[in-house]
Write a protein that binds this ligand. Structure first.
Ligand code: ADP
Ligand code: ADP
Length: 220
């Protein structure tokens, strides 16, 4: 049974733009799914609908487990860190918002910082970090609540090629370690093939989907 199913999803805006039309997706537990397609084809809209940050104009989103629906990690193209707060405080934030004290949260925050390779940077401020390290903090913040599902919207687009692939490798290790399902938005075919177990290609014509490519099956 899929982690979440999207059936006949449409999303149009007040200005008449239809970002998605009749979009279907069964997200498999544990997969690394890439949504691939040109700018404007509706990838971010699909992510925001899955995250519950927007409501569909048509169709149904069905979660197998409502706890998973309410604990979703989200990483954006920019790290969007609090500039005045140090690395620890940035990663602690979701747990703080959930009512956990700093003391109670500390072991989980530290474990997560170690997971993203930033164990030694607890007291660093965002402006002291490279772009790749800021993205690591953003990933740690998204993973600190141990979500079943991690949504990533072109997370590496602003990074140089070397950093991008190093972070990609590390992301795969984190995924394995935490057994997280990932939906990853990109317009890089190369990145999608390198990282994912399945690619869903969206066309530029407003959300018509091409058949999903199962990478493992294609290689086997
Ligand atoms: P992608 O992530 O693939 O670049 P988006 O999902 O961001 O595409 O956008 C799909 C289409 O919907 C685009 O034409 C975009 O301009 C439009 N769109 C997205 N959000 C809104 C909004 N809130 N209001 C109006 N149009 C929007
Ligand atoms: P909901 O459907 O839940 O009302 P929306 O999809 O209207 O949520 O979300 C609106 C957000 O999308 C706004 O914050 C807006 O800045 C952003 N947005 C993204 N792309 C566009 C776009 N092309 N035009 C206008 N707003 C956009």
């Amino acid at each position: 049974e899929p982690l979440v199913s999207l059936r006949g999803i449409g999303k149009s805006f007040a200005n008449g733009v239809a970002a998605l039309e009749n979009f279907d997706l069964d997200l498999r537990d544990g997969e690394f799914l890439t949504l691939l397609g040109p700018s404007g084809c509706g990838k971010s809209t699909a992510l925001r609908l899955i995250a519950g940050l927007a409501t569909p104009s048509a169709g149904v989103i069905d979660w197998r487990d409502s706890a998973a629906a309410h604990n979703i990690g989200f990483v954006f193209q920019e790290a969007t860190l609090l500039p005045w707060a140090d690395v620890f405080a940035n990663v602690y934030l979701p747990l703080r918002l959930a009512g956990k004290t700093r003391e109670a949260a500390a072991p989980l925050v530290r474990e997560t910082l170690a997971l993203v390779g930033l164990a030694d940077y607890e007291t660093a401020l965002p402006r002291q970090l490279s772009g790749g390290m800021k993205m690591r903090v953003a990933i740690a913040r998204a993973l600190v609540t141990r979500p079943r599902l991690l949504l990533m919207d072109e997370p590496f687009a602003a990074l140089d090629e070397v950093t991008r692939f190093r972070l990609g490798d590390d992301l795969l290790a984190m995924k394995q370690r935490l057994d997280t399902t990932i939906v990853f938005v990109t317009h890089s075919i190369y990145e999608s093939v390198y990282l994912s177990t399945r690619i869903l290609a969206l066309s530029a014509r407003g959300g018509a989907t091409v058949d999903a490519i199962d990478i493992d099956a294609a290689i086997a």
